[in-house]
Design a binder for this molecule. Structure first.
Ligand code: PGA
Length: 257
């Protein structure tokens, strides 16, 4: 089965409800002719309902940026997979900003991943190394550890619902991008790592995204790499035109992914 590119926008803490509505209004005419790649936008939690309504006439995929791994209860300020399921099909877990700023552990990330799978939501597991870890030559160990911990207890059947995003921390929001060769090296490593632990029929359904200053200018080179199946895009997803342009670049790449 051929995979479709997944072009995912992580809006982070950007856009009000009004700005979210305006984005979808701008997006709609840009999608004619139809984009073949799957488009996904992950707005802030408070904009999810507005995005859901505005998306009714647009029809892209929606995702959340966070979840708490319980169905309901005394968890002040948190949102459950069941609540999200009314609006979205994907949820990001393990983003480096949450690992660093909110001190989320690998075990907690794994708990979230399982809660999403149990609810029928698709987790996007983010992994990535710091610049220091890269300089120390520990990059493959770091990514292997994050994959091992993040995917702990996941079955072959569940794996096919998971997307993995490689986001080198030194490239996020910095304007600095991994070279296509560096990104491909890591994606090939992750693919190889997965094939050692899971059945190839499940691994072949997992999309491996690259994230970290992915933009119109570098999309073609990055997305053309053999093991890169899409992008997780921060800054360049905030404007409908650059977001769609990246998807059209993906559409133009002749690759059997
Ligand atoms: P960026 O963010 O494209 O702005 O670097 C990517 C991300 O953190 O998901």
């Amino acid at each position: 089965m051929k995979k479709r590119f997944l072009i995912a926008g992580n809006w982070k803490m950007n856009k009000t409800v009004a700005e979210t509505r305006a984005f979808f209004k701008t997006l709609q005419p840009l999608l004619t002719p139809t984009v073949r790649s799957e488009l996904l936008i992950c707005p802030s939690l408070v904009s999810l309902a507005a995005a859901f309504e505005a998306n009714a006439s647009v029809g892209i995929s929606l995702g959340a940026q966070n979840v708490y791994p319980k169905d309901s209860g005394a968890f002040t300020g948190e949102v459950s997979p069941l609540m999200l399921k009314e609006f979205v099909s994907y949820v990001l877990v393990g983003h480096s900003e949450r690992r660093t700023l909110l001190h989320e552990s690998d075990a907690f990330i794994n708990e979230k991943l399982h809660a999403l799978l149990a609810t029928g939501l698709k987790p996007v597991l983010c992994v990535g190394e710091t610049l220091a870890e890269r300089k120390e030559g520990r990059v493959f160990d770091v990514i292997a550890c994050e994959l091992e911990a993040g995917l702990k207890g996941v079955t072959n059947e569940q794996l096919s619902q998971v997307t993995i995003a490689y986001e080198p921390i030194w490239a996020i929001g910095t304007g600095e991008t991994a070279t296509p060769e560096t990104a491909e090296e890591m994606h090939a490593f992750m693919h190889d790592w997965l094939t050692k632990r899971f059945e190839i029929s499940s691994v072949s359904k997992v999309r491996l995204l690259y994230g970290g200053s992915l933009k119109v200018d570098n999309a073609k080179q990055l997305l053309s790499q053999p093991h890169i199946d899409g992008g997780l895009i921060g800054g360049a997803s905030l404007k409908a035109d650059s977001f769609v342009e990246i998807a059209r670049i993906a559409d133009g790449i002749e690759k059997d992914i």
